[in-house]
Design a protein around this ligand. Structure first.
Ligand code: SF4
Length: 351
């Protein structure tokens, strides 16, 4: 039996249900693929359902406010995906009469659309024979072919192999989804389940005992770690939140204000320095706790303090808006996870 036949047979037997499986609406397929980038299926499912309820089509996504878009994405991370997706929807409404362009070159011009999204959407929605290549697929094929060079230097070989194999199938969308499922469920990074793998018969890594060695990856650089001082600044019954600038990390998201602690600096010195730089004076009342968070390129250790506002207007080059909100009102704003972690500590300690 051919590689593709074995793979598709396995895929059909698995019959894994996901809300976007079997979908033919390009908008919904595209959304699911954007959400699935860097994110696990089980995490995406509730976000996908909620999004489709709120924004069932291109036009509704294009017309939504930035706040509504980011609120619907809150907690999913990599918020530029949401902003780019909405930007592309707006573009489709203004330049393509609300219809997703079916031409590959035109589709690739949309913000956030790269080769991966193009192949996924056009293969699943339009039956184009374009193989998707993500981290899972690269791992499966590099093991299957026994590729012993660094995985990214083998991209051409992986692509040529898939370009040939996808030609064998009637439904290229199934082929691509089968490859991704296989990587996720069977050919896992650690301890692949080769005994039940539908393509084990010709897999070089399996036959030669190389599954722990392949794929070969460059050692990850250690990411920097920053200590941060964060203030939950209270004025009567309200506390302060700030909206981050639209461009850059977490653009448009709301957060508790704060800044980096310098080397050798004490928390209290950092607290006074950061907030006097912001133009406000305050009195620190109590330590809320520490909350760590990891981003793709750095990690942070947040030290949270509950403080009383005394005077001044917050001015920060990182933010565009400031709001005093009552406890409970934070649910109305898209607030990033790191700030949510400290707000959760505040709730535990003070309610
Ligand atoms: S046989 Fe093992 S290593 Fe080879 S593709 Fe299947 S799961 Fe991956």
């Amino acid at each position: 039996m051919k590689f593709s036949t074995r793979l598709i047979k396995w895929y059909k037997n698995q019959n894994i249900l996901m809300p976007w499986r079997g979908e033919k609406d390009l908008y919904k397929i595209w959304l699911s693929e954007v959400m699935l980038q860097q994110t696990q299926v089980k995490t995406v499912i509730p976000y996908y359902k909620n999004w489709i309820n709120k924004f069932p089509n291109i036009k509704s996504a294009a017309l939504a406010s930035e706040k509504e878009i980011l609120k619907a994405w809150e907690g999913l991370g990599y918020y530029s995906r949401a902003r780019n997706f909405q930007h592309a929807c707006k573009n489709i409404v203004s330049d393509y009469n609300g219809e997703i362009p079916l031409n590959e070159i035109e589709f690739l011009k949309l913000k956030g659309v790269g080769e991966y999204i193009l192949s996924a959407v056009f293969s699943i929605g339009l039956g184009k024979k374009l193989p998707v290549i993500d981290g899972n697929v690269k791992r499966v094929i590099s093991r299957y072919l026994g590729l012993t060079n660094e995985i990214n230097s083998e991209l051409k070989n992986i692509k040529s192999f898939l370009d040939i194999k996808i030609k064998d199938v009637k439904i290229p969308g199934d082929f691509n989804q089968a490859m991704m499922d296989l990587g996720r469920i069977v050919c896992k990074p650690k301890n692949p389940n080769c005994d039940i793998c539908p393509i084990n018969i010709n897999c070089v890594a399996f036959k030669q005992g190389l599954t722990q060695l392949i794929p070969i990856k460059l050692k990850k650089k250690q990411i920097p770690h920053y200590k941060m001082i964060i203030g939950i600044i209270q004025n009567n019954d309200k506390f302060l939140i700030c909206k981050r600038n639209s461009d850059g990390l977490l653009g448009g998201m709301w957060e508790l204000p704060g800044g980096k602690i310098k080397k050798q600096e004490s928390n209290s010195t950092a607290l006074n320095r950061v907030f006097s730089d912001f133009g406000i004076s305050l009195k620190s009342n109590s330590y809320i706790g520490t909350a760590n968070h990891i981003y793709s390129h750095f990690s942070i250790e947040q030290h949270g303090y509950q403080c009383d506002y005394i005077k001044g207007n917050l001015i920060s080059k990182n933010h565009t808006e400031y709001k005093w909100i009552s406890k409970g009102e934070e649910v109305l704003f898209p607030i990033h996870k790191a700030s949510h972690k400290l707000l959760a500590k505040l709730k535990v300690n003070y309610t």
